[in-house]
Every structure is written in C-alpha cells, then in structure tokens.
Design a protein around this ligand. Structure first.
Ligand SMILES: NC(=O)c1ccc[n+]([C@@H]2O[C@H](COP(=O)([O-])OP(=O)(O)OC[C@H]3O[C@@H](n4cnc5c(N)ncnc54)[C@H](OP(=O)(O)O)[C@@H]3O)[C@@H](O)[C@H]2O)c1
Length: 264
C-alpha cells in the first residue's frame, strides 16, 4: 500500500525561516498534512504565534527554536531541542539576499549571507541527513532559486549562494537515493515574501508562496530539482540554451532594473 506523506516524512519536520514567506507557507502545508513541526528563525514572537495558530487548527505539536543561523554554534541548541524527536523532513529554507555592486556592499553582511544561505543548510543536512540515512527514511528540501542556474551581476554573492544550494541538494539527492532519503532543490523565481524588501528589489511578476510550496511538496521523492511556474521554467531553459555571457548580462540588466534606489 502507498505510504502517506506523513508516514514517509514524519512524524516531525524542521522548517528554517518559518517566520515569513515561503517557510511560513511550508509550516501551514506541512501542518495540514499532519506533521509535527519545529520552527527555526530569529523572530520568536512570530514563531510562537504560528505555533499557537497551527496547534489550534490541526492535531499536531509545534516547537519553537529562536535561532540566528549566522551564528557559528547555532546547531548545539537545535540538537538539544530535537534530541528526542524523529525529524523525518528537513526544510532548509531560511535565507536572504543583497543587491548592488559587490565591492560597494558591506563585507560582513555578505559573509553572513554565506553563513545563513550555505553554511547553515550544509550543517543541518549533515546532522539530520545522517539520522535519516540510518533510519533509511526521510526527506530534505533546499530552497534554492532560479538564479542558482547562472551568474547574476548585482546579485553576485546571493546568486552564487543559491548555486551552492542547488548543486549541494542535487548531488546529495544522488548520494542518498539508495538509502531511502529523498532530497529536492526547490528553485523558485520571484515569490511573494519579505525577501525583496530585505534585498532591496521590487517584485517582478511574483508567484504565491502557496503555489511554490505546493510544487515542492508534490515533487519531493519524484525528482531532484524542481522549478515552480511555467515562466520560471522558460527562464531556466533560456539560461541553459544561451551562451553563459548572454544570460549573465540579461539577468544583470533585470536586477539593475528592479533594484530599489533611495526614494523609489
Ligand atoms: N521570495 C523570492 O522571490 C525567492 C525566490 C527564490 C528563492 N527564495 C529563497 O526562499 C527562501 C525563503 O525566503 P522568502 O522568500 O520566504 O523570504 P522572507 O519572507 O524574507 O523569509 C526569510 C526567512 O529566513 C529567515 N532568516 C533570515 N535570516 C536568518 C538568520 N540569520 N537566522 C535564522 N533565520 C533567518 C527569516 O526569519 P527571521 O527574520 O525571523 O530570522 C525568514 O523566516 C530564501 O532562501 C530565499 O533565498 C526566495
């Protein structure tokens, strides 16, 4: 008999970046599937509120882990909180972007971006992935991006960080496929979230976080890389067909156009 999503990836899921946008939506859709949830992000009040709301609506348990994923020792508290829990699904989703000429941006912020977007998902996948491999059961989703498929001027570090997420997820998917663990790189294009406000860009034909997450949960276990939305798939197809310098130039122009300048 076909296993349910909860049987395959439950009983607990850990979602990073659950306080907003795509992670918030992951929390809602996973709660509806009956998984117990651990929420990780910095804004505790938002996570507390989310836990109250979902526990009222569904028969599930939620735990809140206020954590700054850019901190070097962030794993120790997460390890303590989850020691007795079977985390069958890891959603490596927290992240942020910076916009502008790399050399004019603050270096500390760029390094922090690498810690949150790359170092933290690596550490969490290593920790929870090992347990899943031993149990021969589980799933890991990395929220990458369509910009992970090409170099992007004015998003140099951010796009490179998403290329890391994409390639790490895809390679890990191959390594773990015979061990009962499914890994997926979810590669959204512009999605309604707080991301743009923080990165300092305007939204360009955004998709809903609801549609992005639905696609991710549908595709887990069926493929290794997924791109929500037909326009985003066409974008990636054009990246693959065009010479690298062309797609890099086109994406650079787009980012320059949607970049918010003071007063815009
Ligand atoms: N929105 C888009 O257009 C888009 C497109 C492609 C890919 N993505 C990717 O989607 C993922 C989710 O972003 P989003 O679009 O949903 O944006 P968002 O609404 O800004 O959410 C980002 C989440 O990451 C968390 N986060 C940021 N820095 C953190 C830190 N230092 N420690 C712990 N948590 C941290 C935030 O929580 P706190 O602030 O509470 O810590 C928040 O929950 C990111 O990886 C992003 O790169 C977004």
């Amino acid at each position: 008999m076909k296993k349910t999503f909860k049987e395959k990836y439950g009983p607990w899921a850990l979602v990073t970046g659950a306080s907003s946008g795509i992670g918030f939506e992951f929390a809602h859709q996973l709660a509806a599937l009956g998984l117990n949830l651990v929420f990780v992000a910095r804004r505790k009040e938002r996570l507390d509120q989310l836990a109250i709301e979902l526990q009222k609506k569904y028969v599930i348990q939620c735990k809140v882990m206020p954590t700054d994923l850019s901190q070097s020792d962030f794993l120790s508290e997460i390890k303590k909180l989850t020691a007795a829990l079977e985390i069958g699904l890891l959603i490596n989703n927290a992240g942020f972007g910076t916009t502008g000429e790399l050399l004019e941006n603050d270096l500390e912020t760029e390094i922090k971006l690498l810690h949150v977007n790359c170092r933290a998902p690596l550490i969490l996948a290593h920790h929870f992935g090992k347990k899943m491999k031993n149990r021969k059961k589980g799933g890991i989703i990395f929220t990458a991006s369509i910009v992970g498929f090409t170099a992007v001027p004015f998003w140099s570090n951010y796009a490179a960080s998403k290329a890391y997420d994409l390639f790490l997820a895809e390679a890990l998917a191959h390594e773990l496929k015979d061990h009962g663990v499914d890994v997926l790189a979810l590669c959204p294009g512009t999605t309604k979230a707080e991301f743009q406000e923080i990165a300092g860009t305007r939204m360009l034909m955004p998709m809903s976080a609801e549609a992005v997450v639905r696609r991710g949960l549908q595709k887990l276990g069926h493929t290794y890389v997924t791109i929500p939305g037909i326009l985003n798939r066409l974008n990636v197809l054009s990246i693959k067909l065009l010479p690298n310098t062309w797609s890099t130039r086109i994406f650079g122009r787009i980012i320059r156009t949607i970049r918010k300048t003071p007063g815009s």
